[in-house]
Design a binder for this molecule. Sequence first.
Ligand SMILES: NC(=O)c1ccc[n+]([C@@H]2O[C@H](COP(=O)([O-])OP(=O)(O)OC[C@H]3O[C@@H](n4cnc5c(N)ncnc54)[C@H](O)[C@@H]3O)[C@@H](O)[C@H]2O)c1
Length: 383
Amino acid sequence: MKEIGVGIIGMGWMGEAHSNAYNNIKAKFASLNVSPKLIICSEIIEERAQAAKRRFGFEKCTTDWKKVVEDPAVDIVDITAPNSLHLEMIEYCIKHKKHINCEKPVGAFPDDTIKAYELVKDYEKETFVGYNYRWSPLVQEAKKLIEDGAIGELRHFRGRFFSCYAADELGFYSWRFEKENGHGALTDIMSHAVDMAINLMGEISEVQGVMDTFIKQRPIAPAGASHYAKGSKNDEMKDVTNDDYVNAIVKFKNGARGYIDSSRAFYGPTSEMTFEVHGSKGSIKWNFEEMNTLNLYIHEEGKQNGYRKIYSSPLHSNHGNFNPSDGSGLGYEDLKAIEAANFLNVIVHNDKSKKVNFEDAKNVALVLNAIIESNENKTVVSL
Ligand SMILES: NC(=O)c1ccc[n+]([C@@H]2O[C@H](COP(=O)([O-])OP(=O)(O)OC[C@H]3O[C@@H](n4cnc5c(N)ncnc54)[C@H](O)[C@@H]3O)[C@@H](O)[C@H]2O)c1
């Protein structure tokens, strides 16, 4: 069994999810024959670093992220720190010849993502990106059905990520709301929706985009508070300087049309990362909020119309890694385990059939840049 040393930078939500993912590999993906070893984690909040070491079983922890990259026992560095730190960390990982698993969107701005891709174009090590929704067994099934021609010629895509994480006007101000640290909904969640569009439909050739901000100020968080917690009306406030909402009318290279939008600022949809693909013979729709269900409609002449529900089961890619039961669903963190397994499969077995690397992130970034340009100039932008 091949042992691989892992270091993780940033022990917030994603740092924890990545740690759990690696800890799951030996049990859930035994056929990979890989044993990831949690060597060192880094976190600027000392208590959080110590807690992560204890809870996930890292050998060491530090408040200096460079020590993670420099550690000779570390083969893979996972970057789960705020977006504005990604690029500097990537550059340091390249200098120290580490495999890099960076959370989306890879950098604060689409131009950072493009730069990161250029830096690794001829890099001898592997990269991966946290576009985890691709790995839901039923999204993998949807992709297979589309590629097999089950719904015919692709004509339309409707995708969105409506998350309510910033819908509370008293939700704390954090790096996520500050333009100098990057865009808002555009890079945070529209990036997922655009990645899914490209994953299922192929390249986007034309974009018309709009961006807007609904909640103009937020309370400042006390030191150490979770960015996902909330303050009160009496707290000191800070201006939100990036976007709450973004939409794009798109055309794909294959001629299909589409509409993609994302919001972090309304209630109702909770984590509605969803798509509907329409073709000449039928349609497929999926929603992360009901991740273990796929709706499929294949038109049959003379039969009554309507979608049928398909439940996640061991018939679908990777479901069987978690349980042997039809309809016993998977959850968000299982997608992170599949993501880690796919990355390890690239590194150890050179199997790139399920990869999402910096080139894929760059393709998303080009579309995000086109949305920005279209919003600023009120024009249709060709890619
Ligand atoms: N793929 C997904 O579904 C998904 C979901 C959420 C976030 N993300 C991405 O993951 C990344 C982190 O997001 P999060 O939600 O975990 O944020 P978070 O705020 O919960 O965690 C980030 C952590 O990094 C720490 N940190 C800040 N500066 C640091 C430094 N210099 N060295 C070490 N640690 C430092 C913070 O203290 C914090 O604990 C972002 O890039 C985000 O876009 C991806």
